[in-house]
Design a binder for this molecule. Structure first.
Ligand SMILES: [Zn+2]
Length: 317
């Protein structure tokens, strides 16, 4: 049987957040948006399709960012707590605790964003956007197969890089692939691709392109092409291949700029891109680097820590 896939859009400020319904005998929703998304977006979207939110049996989270798991607890409540809530082990702390999100900000972005109220703002955002802290009902790490009834199954693949615990869900037999934010191309509204671990990001993109080879690729946001025009969130085979190749090319461009620049060391300047201003210059990046979630700093921090760890691990003889 062929299973239908439907995008579910819910509003968030200037943006639309994308979740997806897998219309299997046991209904599954991939990603949960923010706290208000299930009630303000998904209920009506499912009704239009003749489905009821209380019948959802699977909540499949691609990763731990607030705009993907913020609605998980609220959606779980709407199912009468009968849905399985699935997330990777590595990102599960972000479902268990709002404080884990604030800690990520403190550990990485805060040092580049001089804002004395930063922690307070992050704490307030986590309180508003995450509907509840909870223990996932099923932890995955990649390699699992989930049965959605009627012979429909979804396999789980680890695709770390955007976050440590990013996973892809693949509808077996029809190769429909849900990746959340793991395929960034040029990034979304901020115009810069965001990933915590550049080497893992590259490997995951190659894995998706060369091993998984999606028939359809479903994205968490309308990421932009080189010409600035966004892809939609539902890509066919040719578009998927193009988006994966483009993402790899852009990663290489950033990596090359970082490698050249880091030979001279990191220097703080007055630039809003400090201490990575030469990289922004070379890449022609003119977006506001301070706008949350600040992918410019997350990504460049990833390169600097990655290069530092290579240096530390090198034999000293
Ligand atoms: Zn994300």
């Amino acid at each position: 049987m062929t299973v239908a896939i439907h995008p579910l859009v819910s509003p968030w400020g200037r943006f639309g957040l994308y979740s997806f319904l897998i219309d299997a005998p046991e209904l599954a929703i991939v990603d949960a948006g923010i706290a208000t998304s299930p009630r303000e977006g998904m209920v009506a979207e499912l009704e239009k399709l003749g489905r009821r939110i209380e019948d959802v049996r699977w909540i499949l989270l691609t990763h731990g960012h607030i705009d993907h798991l913020g609605g998980a607890h609220a959606l779980w409540e709407l199912t009468g707590r009968r849905a399985q809530v699935v997330i990777s082990e590595a990102d599960a702390p972000l479902l268990r605790s709002r404080a884990a999100h604030v800690q990520q900000y403190v550990d990485v972005r805060q040092q580049y964003l001089p804002d004395p109220d930063g922690v307070e703002k992050q704490t307030a955002a986590a309180a508003a956007v995450i509907s509840g802290e909870m223990e996932p009902t099923l932890l995955v790490r990649g390699g699992e197969s989930l049965s959605l009834g009627g012979g429909v199954s979804v396999s789980v693949h680890a695709i770390p890089g955007h976050t440590a615990g990013s996973v892809a869900y693949v509808v077996d037999g029809q190769n429909d692939v849900f990746v959340g934010d793991a395929v960034q191309v040029h990034g979304a509204a901020n115009g810069f691709p965001g990933y915590e671990d550049p080497a893992a990001y590259r490997r995951s993109l190659e894995y998706l392109r060369d091993e998984i080879r999606p028939e359809h690729l479903y994205l968490g946001h309308p990421y932009r092409r080189t010409d600035g025009v966004p892809y939609g969130v539902e890509l066919d085979r040719a578009q998927a291949s193009e988006a994966l190749t483009e993402s790899l090319e852009i990663e290489k461009r950033v990596a090359d700029a970082v490698a050249r620049y880091l030979q001279d060391g990191i220097r703080s300047t007055d630039s809003p891109y400090s201490p990575f201003a030469p990289v922004a210059d070379e890449l022609g990046y003119t977006g506001d680097p301070t706008l949350e979630p600040s992918p410019f700093f997350t990504t460049l921090h990833g390169y600097t820590t990655h290069l530092a760890s290579i240096t530390e691990e090198s034999p000293s003889w």
